[in-house]
Ligand binder design. Structure first.
Ligand SMILES: [Zn+2]
Ligand SMILES: [Zn+2]
Ligand SMILES: [Zn+2]
Length: 109
């Protein structure tokens, strides 16, 4: 009995490609036209709806996702806009008093 040969390509395919560009996952929906084409440069942890179903249900999660440079700026603008009139309450009931209550962590990819 010989053990089945493992093709070297199969091993290479199973490993993550560290040089591969990571797509920006700013869009909450799956519509092809809504997806961002820019490569992500930040790993951003936010408190918000993770997808359209959560958004509709008024639920939130704290999760991280890869995001491109311009969408990180968008995200900051949206949060800053929301805080302009003072502290608010998230749709889940969580109090939002400052940027870091929504944008919890930003690290370079
Ligand atoms: Zn969409
Ligand atoms: Zn983007
Ligand atoms: Zn929330």
């Amino acid at each position: 009995m010989t053990s089945p040969a493992i093709h070297p390509d199969a091993i290479t395919d199973a490993l993550p490609d560290l040089d591969a560009e990571v797509a920006c996952e700013y869009a909450l929906c799956d519509h092809p036209q809504c997806q961002c084409e820019a490569p992500a440069v930040w790993r951003v942890t936010t408190h918000c709806a993770r997808n359209i179903d959560e958004l509709r249900a008024g639920r939130c999660s704290t999760f991280s996702r890869p995001i491109c440079e311009s969408h990180l700026e968008d995200l900051r603008d949206i949060i800053a806009d929301g805080l302009r009139c003072g502290p608010g309450t998230c749709m889940c009931g969580r109090r939002i008093a400052q940027m870091s209550d929504v944008l919890l962590e930003v690290s370079a990819l």
